[in-house]
Ligand binder design. Structure first.
Ligand SMILES: [Zn+2]
Length: 352
């Protein structure tokens, strides 16, 4: 057996090495003979970079048989899944937890369904990142068309301008994950809702009633709020977040009324739906603001990380919390957002 591609082996001390992708995400292997340490270091030096492919360039430097079982248990041996979408990120996630099989994580992500509502550059960035990370089905929902201001890195191209966002976004997802599905009869495991100015307060009860876990992303001119990630009935909901804002600023509801465009009744908000190209926009007369590139990129990465934690079965940071992100130097602050006693959403504080 060989070491996984992309792993480094560092000598830690007599008979001890550290194996991982990064000094922070590594596991220690102890009790090695000096020859085994050298063999492991040689095996890592021989492994091709994570991004390289083509078996023809690989030479066979096997890991020492004496430590093969230990390395396999930690998920450090090549399971021949280097070509799977998100395999490298799955390995990093496993190493952050102290080891384990990355393949199980890759399979879990491939079976997941995530929906994204609101496909500006940030929403598309979340969707494309999740597709590239190996999420098997990404449902897309937006009634709009691609504008000049939507063109950006890894997302919409100039040739997409004027086309329906959903169709152009499907193309962008397939550019980074050729096998990704964008339709499913299943409801999403997690729904990401990207909005501008403030979260639409009429959407919160509909989303809670749907029972679908959802992540709110709200964009401002130079900042964004990611979270809370709501699991209906367990922890804070979006209305809880609003009520906390009212506690801090009684004028908040009046502000929200100005910030949220008028929309028709949210009859379909249990999950993404498909729009006919050119269908009338549901976002009212106010034009959707352009999204600064750096804000879109940083927010999309943060939101994708939260969704991925939920898909993987880890605890997202934004359960009962909101991640506040500001640019131009991307900076994040995590603000607590427990269930609000006046909400009545059924959210129980964690640990009860
Ligand atoms: Zn609530």
């Amino acid at each position: 057996m060989r070491l996984r591609a992309g792993l480094r082996v560092l000598r830690r001390g007599p008979g001890e090495v550290q194996v991982g992708t990064d000094p922070r995400w590594a596991v220690r292997v102890e009790g090695l003979a000096p020859a085994e340490v050298e063999a492991l270091v040689a095996a890592a030096a021989d492994a091709p970079p994570a991004v390289a492919s083509g078996a023809g360039r690989r030479r066979a430097v096997a890991v020492p048989a004496a430590v093969e079982g230990q390395l396999a248990a930690l998920g450090l041996l090549d399971e021949d899944d280097g070509a799977l979408d998100g395999a490298v990120d799955a390995l990093v996630a496993r190493l952050a937890e102290g080891g384990g099989s990355a393949r199980a994580l890759v399979e879990r992500r491939a079976a997941a369904v995530v929906g994204v509502v609101g496909l500006g550059p940030t929403g598309l960035g979340v969707a494309a990142a999740l597709a590239a990370l190996g999420v098997g089905t990404v449902l897309l929902d937006d009634p709009g068309t691609v504008r000049d201001a939507d063109v950006g890195p890894g997302g919409y191209r100039w040739s997409d301008v004027g086309a329906a966002r959903v169709g152009a976004a499907q193309r962008a997802l397939r550019d980074v994950a050729v096998g990704v599905r964008t339709a499913s009869a299943r409801r999403p495991d997690v729904l990401v809702v990207v909005e501008h100015g403030a979260a639409d307060p009429t959407r919160a009860p509909v989303l809670v009633a749907s029972g679908v876990a959802h992540l709110s992303v709200v964009l401002h001119e130079a900042s964004a709020e990611v979270g809370p990630l709501v699991v209906p009935g367990r922890g804070a909901c979006l209305r809880c977040a609003d009520l906390h804002r009212v506690d801090e600023d009684p004028r908040w509801p009046a502000l929200v009324a100005q910030l949220v465009p008028r929309r028709p009744p949210a009859a379909h908000d249990g999950g993404p739906r498909h729009h006919r190209p050119g269908a009338r926009t549901a976002r009212g007369a106010r034009a959707e603001p352009a999204e600064p590139v750096l804000l879109a990129v940083a927010t999309a990465a943060a939101a994708a990380g939260e969704v991925l934690a939920a898909v993987d079965g880890r605890r997202p940071r934004t359960r009962d919390a909101v991640l506040e992100l500001t640019v131009p130097e991307p900076t994040t602050v995590l603000r607590r957002c427990p269930p609000h006693p006046s909400c009545g959403c059924g959210g129980l504080p964690e640990g009860t």
